[in-house]
Design a protein around this ligand. Structure first.
Ligand code: HEM
Length: 245
C-alpha cells in the first residue's frame, strides 16, 4: 500500500474545496438502480432533489468519499500506475455532491466525483450481450468491491473517436474480456472529464462481487492491464473494499 502525500494532481486540494462548498447529498447504497442501460444508469429521482436552494442537482453525479465513515471498509489502496491516494479507513458512496461539512473537523482524506453517462464505444451486438449478462451493483451477496480511479494520457485524448474505438476493442478486446466475468462482477462507470470541478482522474470504475469471485476479478484485471488500451493509462489506483455486516 502506498500513502504518498497529496500534490496538485491529487484530489485532496480540489476535493476539499468542493466538499466544503457542496450541497448536501444522500447516502447511496447502490440498491436503487435499474440496470436497463447497463453502465449508463441514472441515480434515482430522489437523489435529484438533494441539492440546496437554487442549485440544480445532477442525478447522474456520484461522490466517493474516503474518510472515517461509510458503508465500505477500505482493505487496501494500491498505486498501480502513477501516484496513489492518501490512506482512508472507510469509503462512503453518495448520490450527488458530497455533503457539506461546514464547521466540522471531520474532513475526509479525499473526495472523487464522476457522472454516469451514455456509452461511447459499444456496438449494438455488444450492447445486447452486455444487457443480457450484466448484474446490478448492490446485490446483497456482493460483499466485496473495488473502486479503481483511472486517468488516461494526453495521447489518448488527442485521438479521434474511431481511433479510440479501434484501440479499445479491435486491438484490445476490453469488452470481450469483461463479458467473460459477467454476471459475477457488477460494474458502474463514472466519467470525470466534463465536470465543473477539476478532477484528478478521467474515470471512476466501481465493481462489486461475492468474496468467492475475487480471484476471478483479479484474473480479469491481469488480462486488462496487459492490453494495448492500458498503455494509455497514466494513473490507476486500486482500492479494495469490504462491506461491514
Ligand atoms: C466486469 C467486466 C467489464 C466489462 C463487461 C466492461 C465493459 C466496458 C464497456 C462496454 C465499456 C465501454 C462503455 C462505452 O461504450 O462508453 C467500458 C469502458 C471502460 N472500462 Fe470496462 N469493463 C469491465 C471491466 C473493467 C475493469 C476491471 C476496469 C478497470 C480496472 C474497466 C475500466 C473501464 C474504463 C476506464 C472504461 C472507459 C474507457 C474510455 O471511455 O476510454 N473496465 N468497459
Amino acid at each position: 500500500m502506498s500513502h504518498e502525500s497529496p500534490t496538485s494532481r491529487d484530489p485532496a486540494a480540489s476535493s476539499r474545496r468542493l466538499f466544503l462548498g457542496a450541497a448536501a447529498g444522500s447516502v447511496w447504497t447502490g440498491m436503487q438502480f435499474t440496470e436497463a442501460e447497463g453502465m449508463g444508469q441514472t441515480a434515482p429521482a430522489a437523489a435529484a432533489e438533494q441539492a440546496g436552494a437554487g442549485t440544480p442537482a445532477n442525478p447522474r453525479l456520484f461522490s466517493f468519499i474516503g474518510g472515517d465513515v461509510g458503508e465500505w471498509r477500505v482493505r487496501s489502496i494500491t498505486a498501480v500506475t502513477g501516484e496513489s491516494l492518501p490512506a482512508a479507513p472507510r469509503l462512503k458512496v453518495v448520490a450527488g455532491a458530497a455533503p457539506a461539512l461546514s464547521g466540522s473537523t471531520d474532513t475526509p482524506a479525499w473526495v472523487l466525483q464522476g457522472v454516469t453517462s451514455n456509452e461511447r464505444y459499444v456496438t449494438r451486438p455488444e450492447k445486447e450481450q452486455l444487457v443480457a449478462k450484466q448484474a446490478a451493483i448492490g446485490r446483497p451477496t456482493a460483499t466485496h468491491a473495488a473502486l479503481i480511479p483511472i486517468r488516461k494520457s494526453a495521447a489518448w485524448w488527442t485521438l479521434t473517436q474511431d481511433e479510440r474505438r479501434s484501440l479499445f476493442e479491435e486491438q484490445s478486446h476490453h469488452i470481450q474480456i469483461g463479458l467473460k466475468y459477467l454476471p459475477a462482477i457488477a460494474r458502474r462507470l463514472h466519467h470525470c472529464r466534463d465536470l465543473e470541478t477539476k478532477e484528478p482522474f478521467d474515470f471512476l470504475t466501481f465493481f462489486d462481487y461475492a468474496e468467492a469471485d475475487e480471484p476471478a476479478f483479479n484474473d480479469m484485471l491481469a488480462q486488462l492491464r496487459a492490453i494495448k488500451e492500458w498503455t494509455f493509462i497514466d494513473r490507476e489506483v486500486d482500492i479494495r473494499l469490504v462491506r461491514d455486516r
